[in-house]
Design a protein around this ligand. Sequence first.
Ligand SMILES: Cc1cc2nc3c(=O)[nH]c(=O)nc-3n(C[C@H](O)[C@H](O)[C@H](O)COP(=O)(O)OP(=O)(O)OC[C@H]3O[C@@H](n4cnc5c(N)ncnc54)[C@H](O)[C@@H]3O)c2cc1C
Length: 421
Amino acid sequence: MKKRILIIGAGISGLSIARFLADMAEVVVLEKAEKAGGLIKCDLIAGNLFHKVGGHVFNAKNETISEWFWSQFDRDQEFIKAKRNAKILFNNKLIGYPIENYLYEFDKETVQHVIADLLQIQSATPKAPFEYENFEAFLVGSFGATLYNLYFKPYNQKIWNTDLSKVALEWLEGKLPMPDIKEIILSNVMKEEEAQMVHSTFYYPRRGGSQFIANRLAKNSNIKTSSPVNGIRKQAGNIVVNSTYTADAIIYTGDVRKLHKMIKIEDADLQQALLDVTMLKSNGTSNLFCECDENELSWLYIPENFTSAHRIIYTGNFSPDNNQGSSRKTCVVEFSGKVSFEEMQLEIKKLPGNLTPLHHNYEPNSYVIQEKDTRHKIARLKMQLEKHQIYLTGRFAEWEYYNMDKALEASLNLARHITAI
Ligand SMILES: Cc1cc2nc3c(=O)[nH]c(=O)nc-3n(C[C@H](O)[C@H](O)[C@H](O)COP(=O)(O)OP(=O)(O)OC[C@H]3O[C@@H](n4cnc5c(N)ncnc54)[C@H](O)[C@@H]3O)c2cc1C
């Protein structure tokens, strides 16, 4: 008899693990929303494609994940390969990204300060990124106080909305290119882009944006949408979900902080581990979908405080198909936290590109904030849950700063673990 596995959540984590386990188990996916996708969901707004959160593009360094992903799609026919063209809006000017490679675009005095900082860093004992105490110490220690105060502090504080000295460093791994002073000097002297840049090129679906990815991965799986899970208990060795579904194992991909209200299993250690994660911190984002003037950009970062918006994602430039309903291009303006439609409309008047609002969305869970003991708490909880055949995978289930490729990797690793049991 095949194992019955119930997956909670049809974001990329739930959809992919459903596929990884399809041959060895009878799999059902329960999704509370009306359609699959989670954070990568897109809607059509009068013919234009709206990424409700961010503007998802795909890249995978891990070869197994890359191979698996491209076995699900026809890369040449269904995707566009694009070059990243990101800029930073600073003093009403567009500066190249990453900022440290474009110092020549700043005034002489600023550059002198930055060079003095970098020389000082170079003459000190070298430190590996993870030897720093926290995110703030890492940024100051790697780029110097001038660049930190000019860009890294204001930009990151806008996004994270939290004290950067409380943010742990583990999440950085593979997310940001680690600064190398020789590379910085070389890029500035030769005016060449750094080949190591995360997402220096990326893939994007020709049609349907990241919703296309979700829909393809959902194909042939048994997904029940509009099915929120609110109760998990044990009965005669089985796991019973919502008093309706019976399973041998559960894979949870939703917000781990909500599990303690869902799981009704008498196990003091498990209940304590569930309680320990209820205080984890996260940030939401508000997105304003807009029409904009033509430009060549993919992302525009906005560190300065003249506006509360922190970035514009030019999703209309990712694929021409994304602007079907408009004679202009479309983009998404991103704000940290919950910002009203009225406030966002006022804010975009301060931004370049003659932005005209089309639609908006608030996503309460976008960014996980990792603190020093977060990974330890999640590891302890996973151990307690596994005693009851309950497993976690995904950005908010594991409280990891996963991009899609990392979420896929985590799902594959969990599928292998479950298959081996
Ligand atoms: C602003 C932003 C930009 C990003 N840009 C990129 C990018 O360009 N490229 C990239 O690779 N990654 C990007 N990411 C990361 C990417 O979005 C995530 O890695 C990925 O979507 C996480 O998928 P997930 O399945 O783990 O979680 P989610 O997408 O959150 O899925 C969880 C699912 O579980 C469902 N669920 C929760 N609770 C329940 C319940 N009780 N019952 C039933 N269903 C439930 C939810 O409705 C949801 O559908 C970005 C993220 C953000 C926030």
